[in-house]
Design a protein around this ligand. Structure first.
Ligand code: HEC
Ligand code: HEC
Length: 505
């Protein structure tokens, strides 16, 4: 049983941190009056729409690794970029794509602004879906300039029984390397998909190794920190506790997974249809749809670490490929990925949109003052963020992790809900999205519903309904309502500074 430590601050300490506007708006919300005064504009993607000469601040391995650890960067990056075909002769690599799939490599989705990141600004699925004669139709929700998203059905076809799983976009039917496989692609564009389709865009995993080792106890302690302020603003939040060992899950839009290696094993099975140590069978076992050659136990792609019937694995040690298998390699890649670095750190004042460093500095202060920091945990404004414990990889240990997330899930209201429960996260609950690196993102919110970071902020609130609400049934009010009202109540200069600050991350 974990102990919750409640830290109740004195009224004076509380008032000094929360602006009167936030308090006033908290009251307005309870009477149903929400003022809308959004004035800021989004400067756009860092390094693309502004400061094209700015140094990219995401990707590559953490600084301070020893030579052996650093030597993994190139081979592990190759693995994360590996493109898989269905079959390819007896090659140990590049095979095993399953009968149903979303893409053919990890970087098919996680590649912006560098491997391990989020959706590219131009959707790469258009280069994948009809490869080698493949007969797929592109679902309507994938657009060439939109985010790379995957599809889940909240309910089964009776529209009542929960489903929630990923439904792969594509099949290999018709591909020249797919043998006799003839699985039919789901009709995403047809009537059956109506009212039963939600999308999830690709989350980046920069800084993944740091996130992974934040102690559970730190997450729980942070949940109880600044409690008076949180309560006044209607913020609570829950840890998505792992059902196996009781620890705090933290990866994915609903904080549904505990570790990078677990996520990688699942992604390999779910996104590429490749069975592996974690998921030993193909997700679609239709006859004729597994590669037509013995390529690894039990019936899919050998993930290189497994001494299967192939004759070529004996040479693998010489290539440095023997152990471990692919999911561990992907996990290792993520573990060593560096945290995103703010543009102002790398580029000075030109690293702040508009070229005025004080704008980003004031923006960080406003981020704390209006209460964004109460979910998006950070060191800004005198608050305390997360720090890693000592680690056997010293480059990861004793490090401040300024990820701008409490790693908890929060009720985000009827309009943001996707009606899918994962672990203890309910249909309207999402992980406070880590905001480090957000300046270099093209698409926002779990389904990538906007390219505009100001709109993304407004979309936290129940008052924002212009995109159509997705919730089914009744959900409580968004926990972010009062904070977004406080953001809207900022004067236009402070509001713009906050947005500039976000785009510098
Ligand atoms: C078709 C696109 C796609 C492909 C291919 C893909 N992913 Fe993902 N990835 C996603 C999406 C979407 C999410 C968010 C999932 C969710 O929470 O529902 C995600 C989330 C993740 C996360 C969690 C990061 C976080 O903090 O939330 C990790 C780690 C990850 N993927 C690793 C991988 C690896 C490793 C591969 C290759 C084996 C891979 N992914 C292939 C789309 C993809
Ligand atoms: C109650 C907790 C909470 C508060 C308060 C909050 N956020 Fe969020 N934020 C979230 C959650 C949860 C998400 C993910 C929602 C989703 O994906 O549907 C999110 C997503 C975001 C995103 C998009 C991230 C992405 O990866 O697409 C941005 C930008 C953001 N928040 C900025 C802010 C700012 C700025 C404030 C203050 C004005 C703020 N948030 C206040 C919980 C919060």
């Amino acid at each position: 049983m974990m102990q919750l430590r409640l830290e109740i601050r004195g009224v004076a300490g509380f008032l000094s941190k929360i602006s009167p506007a936030a308090l006033a708006f908290a009251l307005f919300i309870s009477t149903g009056v929400i003022a809308r005064a959004q004035t800021a504009t989004d400067p756009g993607v860092r390094g693309v729409n502004w400061c094209p000469t700015c140094t990219n601040g995401a990707g590559g391995f953490v600084p301070g690794l020893n030579d052996n650890q650093a030597a993994l960067e190139s081979p592990m990056t190759n693995f994360i970029e590996e493109v898989n075909n269905v079959a390819g002769g007896t090659s140990i690599k590049h095979v095993g794509l399953g009968g149903v799939f979303d893409s053919n490599s990890c970087t098919g989705c996680h590649d912006y602004p560098s491997p391990g990141g989020s959706s590219l600004l131009t959707n790469p699925l258009f280069t994948v879906y009809q490869l080698f004669g493949d007969q797929n139709v592109m679902p309507f929700f994938e657009t060439s300039l939109g985010p790379t998203v995957v599809a889940r059905f909240p309910f089964q076809s009776d529209l009542t029984t929960p489903d929630g799983h990923v439904h792969q976009l594509f099949t290999i039917t018709g591909r020249s390397d797919a043998g006799t496989c003839s699985i039919q692609q789901p009709d995403f564009n047809g009537a059956s998909a109506e009212n039963n389709l939600i999308l999830r865009q690709t989350t980046p995993f920069f800084g993944g190794g740091l996130m992974e080792i934040i102690p559970d106890s730190s997450i729980i302690a942070n949940m109880s920190a600044n409690l008076t302020q949180k309560m006044a603003l209607g913020i609570s939040g829950n840890a998505n506790i792992n059902q196996d060992d009781g620890s705090v899950n933290r990866f994915g839009w609903k904080a549904q997974k505990r570790s990078l290696v677990l996520f990688s094993g699942e992604a390999y099975a779910v996104e590429e249809g490749i069975d592996n140590e974690f998921f030993p069978n193909k997700i679609n076992e239709s006859p004729g749809c597994t590669p037509p050659f013995p390529d690894g136990p039990p019936n899919g792609k050998g993930t290189n670490g497994v001494p299967d019937d192939r004759t070529d694995w004996a040479v693998l040690p010489a290539l440095g490929y023997l152990m471990p298998g692919d999911p561990e390699r992907f996990g290792m890649f993520g573990r060593f990925l560096a945290a995103p670095v703010p543009s102002t750190t790398l580029n000075g004042s030109i690293g702040c949109p508009g070229g005025d460093l004080s704008s980003c500095e004031n923006g960080a202060t406003q981020f704390a003052t209006v209460g964004c920091v109460l979910c998006h945990t950070s060191f800004v404004g005198g608050y305390t963020g997360f720090t890693t414990p000592p680690s056997s990889v010293s480059a990861l240990g004793n490090t401040q992790v300024d990820l701008f997330s409490d790693l908890l899930v929060h009720h985000m209201g009827y309009c943001d809900a996707d009606n899918i429960s994962q672990g203890q996260a309910l249909g309207d609950e999402f992980r406070s999205a880590p905001l480090w690196g957000i300046g270099q993102r093209g698409f926002f919110m779990h389904d990538g519903r906007t390219t505009n970071i100001v709109t993304a902020i407004e979309m936290h609130a129940d008052g924002y309904q212009s995109t159509g609400c997705t919730g089914v049934g009744s959900y409580p009010a968004s926990e972010a309502d009062a904070v977004i009202a406080a953001f809207n109540a900022l004067d236009s200069g402070d509001q713009q500074d906050l947005v500039n600050f976000l785009r510098s991350l």
